[in-house]
Ligand binder design. Structure first.
Ligand SMILES: CC(C)(COP(=O)(O)OP(=O)(O)OC[C@H]1O[C@@H](n2cnc3c(N)ncnc32)[C@H](O)[C@@H]1OP(=O)(O)O)[C@@H](O)C(=O)NCCC(=O)NCCS
Length: 418
């Protein structure tokens, strides 16, 4: 591991930036019910649901910031623009795509906060959206044909989980952390079992349903332009619950084969599930919130992003959380709830050990092991969830955070609205 590493975080504090509301699709297993739906259409669905639920008119939006990692349709270049147009945002409003790998969803919110702080916007539509199922089978060298036997077509999803700088697959970076922190397979499986249990409780208690907008087949018309929409499989009238959340007892998890080398601790059961889904939030200036009498979920206090060595990319939340706390002069003990992405069980446990986190304050409604990790959507989901948890617990501060492939960490600090 690279020991010549010094975190150099980029941070910002925000005075009067608000997270108005958030909503997401239920997350569907890889190659399941949402596999026919592009990331753009998943994003349009959550944006429309946001406007419908909040009553905030789409016509008030003056900036669209969308996040997407893997292109999942031939019209992917237009993803942020189409999310804006087909959710009712005026034609004259610009739209931006951001990409910080697994940190992308957070980045949509921090970019919105930057735009608001700079006076470029008052109300920003942020959407993180990902179709893992529709990752292409691609070739980069065949525009002029190919020689016999030299075909490059490859599974983009599989290839993209290899960081070619360090030559480590994402799962291997978690194995590196497991070795470094002495994290064992039973510890990882116990943690995974808990993630599934907490997510199941999150559904049975109604908490998770509160942030989900079920998906149905539908058509969106836009005057003067092509109609588009969502077509679910004929047998599915409505998709409304995270598909990967299922009973996963320790003994069953223990029986699964290691995914990254025979002595490894990570399996298909204790790694983030590969799922399709989208999440959206509205971020607004204080003046917009007050002028419209809105009751926001939380204030966006600060954000931080930072680089870490690629071969231990999963440790990213540690310097990111430290940096965001330092920037805002908030103590870790004053943070009532954390949502930290569970890219891999051992990766989360390394972060927990390093920060000495109390498990009772972290991922209390389950994490990506159970719910899934649709890359660009995760940061928006985690920030929405933790803001709702803050409201539920009446705590003061909350943090959402994730590591990102390539070696980065990102964190958002929120404060309860009232
Ligand atoms: C770890 C990983 C490689 C596993 O992929 P996989 O081998 O295709 O995993 P599967 O989902 O098929 O699971 C393997 C087996 O475990 C079983 N399994 C998985 N989760 C389970 C659970 N919760 N309970 C019981 N069984 C489970 C599957 O049914 C499957 O069984 P089978 O072999 O009999 O069909 C993949 O999930 C992965 O790469 N995840 C992380 C994605 C990623 O890198 N994201 C970015 C983070 S930076």
């Amino acid at each position: 591991m690279n020991d010549k590493f010094e975190p150099r975080a980029q941070t910002a504090n925000y005075e009067d930036v608000w997270l108005v509301a958030g909503v997401r699709t239920p997350f569907a297993d890889y190659m399941s019910v949402l596999s026919g739906v592009s990331a753009t259409d998943l994003g349009i669905h959550v944006a429309r649901a946001l406007f419908e639920r909040t009553g905030v008119p789409a016509s008030d939006v003056d900036s669209v910031v969308a996040g997407n990692v893997a292109q999942s349709s031939f019209d992917a270049f237009y993803l942020p623009r189409h999310i804006g147009l087909y959710s009712g945002v005026p034609l004259g409003v610009p739209a931006l795509l951001v990409h910080r790998l697994c940190g992308t969803g957070f980045e949509t919110i921090l970019t919105a906060a930057d735009q608001i702080a700079l006076g470029k916007a008052k109300l920003v539509l942020c959407v993180g959206t990902e179709s893992m199922s529709r990752n292409p089978v691609a070739a980069y060298s065949h525009r002029s044909g190919f020689k016999m036997g030299q075909v490059e077509f490859k599974d983009f999803l599989w290839e993209a989980t290899l960081d070619t700088a360090s030559n480590t697959r994402m799962g291997e970076t978690a194995e590196n952390l497991a070795r470094h922190y002495g994290i064992t397979r039973p510890e990882v499986d116990r943690f995974a079992e808990q993630s599934f249990e907490r997510a199941a409780l999150g559904w049975s208690s109604g908490f998770l349903a509160g942030e989900v907008a079920g998906v149905t087949s539908q058509t969106w018309n836009l005057e003067g332009y092509q109609a588009r929409g969502i077509k679910l499989p004929r047998s599915v009238a409505r998709f409304e619950r995270d598909e990967h959340v299922k009973t996963s007892p320790f003994d069953v998890l223990q029986g699964l084969r290691p995914a990254f080398g025979k002595d490894g601790v990570q399996t298909g059961g204790n790694s983030s599930a590969i799922v399709d889904g989208a999440a959206g939030v509205l971020v607004a200036s204080g003046s917009y919130v007050r002028a419209h009498g809105l009751r926001p979920l939380a204030r966006v206090v600060a954000g931080a992003s930072v680089g870490v060595p690629p071969e231990i990319m999963g440790i990213g939340p540690v310097p990111a959380i430290r940096a965001v706390l330092a920037a805002a002069r908030v103590q870790q003990r004053d943070v009532a709830r954390f949502e930290i992405n569970e890219a891999f069980g051992a990766q989360y446990l390394a972060v927990e050990k390093e920060l000495e986190l109390e498990r009772s304050r972290v991922n209390v409604h389950g994490g990506a092991i159970a719910i899934g990790h649709p890359l660009a959507a995760s940061g928006v989901r985690l920030t929405t969830t933790v803001a709702r948890e803050l409201e539920q617990t009446q705590g003061e501060f909350a943090i959402s955070s994730a590591c990102a492939g390539g070696g980065q960490g990102i964190a958002v600090l929120l404060r309860r609205a009232a």
